[in-house]
Design a protein around this ligand. Sequence first.
Ligand code: GLU
Length: 551
Amino acid sequence: MVSDKELAEFLFPEVKETIEDLERRFPPRKLPEGAEVTRFAPSPTGFLHTGSLFTDMIAYYVAKQSGGVYFFRLEDTDTKRTIPGAAGELIDQLFTFGLGHKEGYFVDGDKGDYGPYQQSKRADIYKVGIKYLVSIGRAYPDFCSSEDLEKIRKAQEESKVIPGYYGIYARDRNLSNDERVERIKKGEPWVIRFKSLSDHDRKMTFHDEIRGDLEIQENDIDVVIYKSDGLPTYHFAHVMDDHFMRTTLVSRGEEWIPSTPTHLELFSAFGWQPPKYAHLPVIMKLDHGNKRKLSKRKDPEAAVSYFLRQGYPVEGVKLYLMSIANSNFEEWCIENKKYILDGFKFSFDKMSLDGALFDLDKLAYFSKEAIAGMDIESFYGQVASYAKLYDPELEAKIELDPAYFKKILNIERDRPNPRKDYAKYGDILPLVAFFYDDEYARKKEAGLPFDPAFDRDFIKEFLNDIADNMAYGPDEATWWNSVKEIASRHGFATVNREYKANPSAFKGNMAAASSLMRVALTGSKDSPSMYEIISIMGKDRVHLRLQKALD
Ligand code: GLU
């Protein structure tokens, strides 16, 4: 009679290492009490999803705030779904968001002592674990073809029982080891399944860092842990990897809750202490009043690249995601009069469970705050790199005269209550286009929106006088006084009270006078501070625009 140990040897004669060897090869990390080891473990199957960025950010901050380690593992065991180049792009985006790792998988080679960090390169390590489970009778080869499995499923459907490969439906679970060896010798294809000792009629409890104690049905499916391509499935890889990479806290999407009993049973079969789990809520979207998952197909904001292409500041996106993560974050920002992540303590207890709602208005709010909080050099740097990557028109404008552009960006920023015009870098060009003569000429061609209450000759005379005689520089008060003086010459009331008392005695008030100037200078009725605009444009350009506005 073939024993379990002999069966294991027969299946994996090439595997010489033991679990004890792996324990020595990947010793526990030396970290202070309370330090968490977290990881981000994406599959390279497509673009970086907004929900994944959210998951990643939590793992990153939990490690950072606890003085622990955050590493990156590439989960590429599903080779059919792997998209070439996806991993590199994903990592670039994480770095762009300031959430890059120091340990883990990199396109040009791993960094760290717990690798390889790419699952497809860990086949040898997994086999040690698989061999061990077979040798203790907790895993077995299964010969079912997909047609056989389909037959089992149909029979279960007919007898209205829970579908799956378990208990009496686990066809090959009770084969003798002798028969197993014989069939393998004959060349029958096989996979390895975990032998579950659970019972779906029983409940088990596990602790989730966000949800507290969760009582759920045991999972008695004999899951496949080792596929015919020599690689494990997620369930097995998760257990082996997080054990030997010494992860202390697994934060992952809530879709993994139903599989957690299987994972815990696997940990216990090895006699290992499982990590802590935090199952994160899925990001939802309000669609015509109904909540639904953010969808790859329907919502452009489901892809992280959307934010980069639109030019949302990465800091704004992160602030926003933190506000989804912790309900008290926004309050904290207001109390501390600063919108920065550092200093805020993320906590799982404060995580809302009813599905975080994605809200573009809220994102815009946080992005404006993030931009307002940047110093001009980093703001300029960010805009310039955005323009280079995504906005050639803006790039051309910047290159025309970088110093001019920087001054434009800095309008009304150096003050306690800075302007918050921009939520994203893509908003900038339309708002500042008037500073550039070609864009201004286009507006002029379309017709400048002067108040029709004034006739053209009057406007022309007034603007000419302003152009020739207002004080350029030296400070806002002197400039404004000179404007008032000229306006008064042309019949405008310089004191609003006087205008209100007797409107027919005047051409208008100072708001009307400055509106004429504003339209002539910028081509529209709204603009930031005219004094700053004039200082930036310089006397020549301003003079020309005022003089030629009606030509
Ligand atoms: N590769 C899994 C996924 O992308 C990772 C889940 C986990 O973090 O354990 O969903």
